[in-house]
Design a protein around this ligand. Structure first.
Ligand SMILES: [Fe+2]
Length: 442
């Protein structure tokens, strides 16, 4: 690939020119601030094919200086000047201002001997959007990353924002978000490569012992979102299975070392954590509290219930759907018939989806199927019966507790929540679980 030096002080133009030169002319663009910087580079890389420059950079006669250097050194580097330069007008291409990128690439293609017609047809990569949160837990990417800029009413263009060798921090990504950016773009051919890279990085992070509890929760929350998106988009792939495995282990770890409930809730609410993960994490924690009071408790019970918490609402698409606890809720929800149907069958649907995850054992599938009090996984039972699996009962009560806790319109004191739940659950084993929750845990 040829190399081109671009000297353009306007940041937006610099990006637009660069991406288009790269895309349509197939040249690698190197930015330099002024003639001196460019000359320093030319001394090391005299094979640079083209220089595109402003007439002046500040008070420096950039175009003139570069022209003299090229001539004196006998270089074959072409020069394109953006703007009027009377002294050179007879021997160098000077583009009229304002310079459009279409004109610029035409001249650049000409200078580099590239047939623009060919490249326009050949090099028009498809870009795929990737949520900004995919960049939270990585410090570099394995490929270039773009943003999409609106060029006209129906036209967009892609501008390279992160180069494959750039190093960045989460704070840098948050800054993009604060400016309203929701998605970056990646060339179609690299998407699989990119998601595998992100997954591997998150798995490695979650498996580390030395990360803080806060970082662990935030990373697990991010992983939860990525897993949910992947399942809805393509089902379980190997990388998704691996990521969910690491996430569930990490969640179990943080649940066992959990701070007090009030403190944890404050953390979950003040950080950018989805309702889905707030619910999932608190649910695993409540299951842990209840289980720890049971004489029959064994560590694998917590693993089973954490697994179920992680995937319980995997097929639901909105927070409103996830908040439904009863048929009455559903009737008053304002959801469409299709959305209601998704809620009614989500326990069964989640089990169906898990059929392709070899880590989902029969216990997990049973509890998940019964997670709304129905043996067949269809419907929402207000007051579930004694015929359910003991672990399902723990899960159902913990789920009901967390849904009240996370609802700002309902009481948040434990005593009041338990009172509400004791009206709903009347069967003896459920009352026993509520009793366990009465015991001190925070
Ligand atoms: Fe559910």
């Amino acid at each position: 690939m040829s190399q081109t030096i671009l000297i353009e002080s306007n940041e937006d133009l610099r990006k637009i020119f660069s991406i288009n030169l790269n895309t349509f002319v197939g040249t690698d663009v190197i930015h330099r601030k002024n003639a001196d910087d460019a000359i320093d580079l030319l001394k090391i890389l005299p094979q640079i094919s083209l220089i595109i420059t402003e007439v002046k950079s500040g008070s420096e006669e950039t175009a003139l200086k570069l022209h003299h250097f090229i001539k004196n050194e006998g270089l074959s580097t072409s020069l394109i000047i953006m703007g009027e330069c009377k002294q050179l007008a007879h021997e160098v291409i000077c583009l009229k201002e304002p310079v459009s990128w279409e004109i610029l690439i035409k001249q650049a293609a000409h200078a580099l001997g590239v047939s623009l017609q060919d490249s326009l047809q050949k090099i028009r990569p498809d870009y795929i959007p990737v949520g900004v949160h995919y960049f939270y837990d990585i410090q570099k990417t394995p490929c270039d990353v773009y943003i999409r800029i609106k060029k006209g009413p129906h036209e967009f263009q892609f501008v390279k924002r992160i180069h494959s060798k750039d190093v960045f921090e989460k704070a840098d990504i948050i800054k993009y978000e604060q400016q309203g950016l929701k998605e970056f773009y990646i060339a179609k051919d690299y998407v699989q490569y990119f998601t595998t890279f992100v997954t591997n990085n998150i798995v490695q992070k979650l498996e580390r012992e030395d990360i803080s509890l806060e970082d662990r929760i935030l990373t697990t929350a991010n992983a939860h979102e990525i897993v949910r998106e992947n399942i809805l988009a393509v089902g379980f792939e190997e990388s998704t299975i691996e990521l969910s495995h690491a996430s569930i282990n990490s969640m179990v770890k943080s649940v066992k070392n959990s701070p007090q409930v009030a403190q944890l809730l404050k953390f979950l609410f003040t950080n950018k954590i989805s309702y889905a993960y707030q619910h999932c994490h608190m649910l695993a924690l409540m299951c842990h509290y209840v289980l720890s009071k049971q004489s029959w408790y064994r560590p694998e019970h917590l693993e089973t219930l954490s697994f179920v918490s992680f995937f319980a609402d995997a097929t639901l698409k909105s927070n409103i759907q996830m908040k439904m606890t009863s048929m009455r809720d559903l009737a008053e929800s304002g959801l469409t018939d299709e959305e209601k149907r998704q809620v009614l069958t989500h326990a069964k649907d989640a089990v169906d989806i898990l059929s392709t995850n070899p880590e989902a054992n029969e216990y997990i599938k049973t509890v998940l199927l019964q997670s709304h009090g129905k043996l067949d996984g269809i419907g929402l039972e207000d007051n579930p019966g004694e015929d359910l699996h003991p672990l399902s009962k723990v899960f159902i009560v913990a789920d009901a507790f967390v849904k009240v806790l996370l609802n700002p319109n309902l009481p948040s004191a434990k005593k009041d929540i338990l009172e509400l739940l004791s009206v709903r659950f009347t069967n003896p084993s459920y009352l026993k679980i509520l009793k366990a929750l009465e015991q001190k845990f925070d």
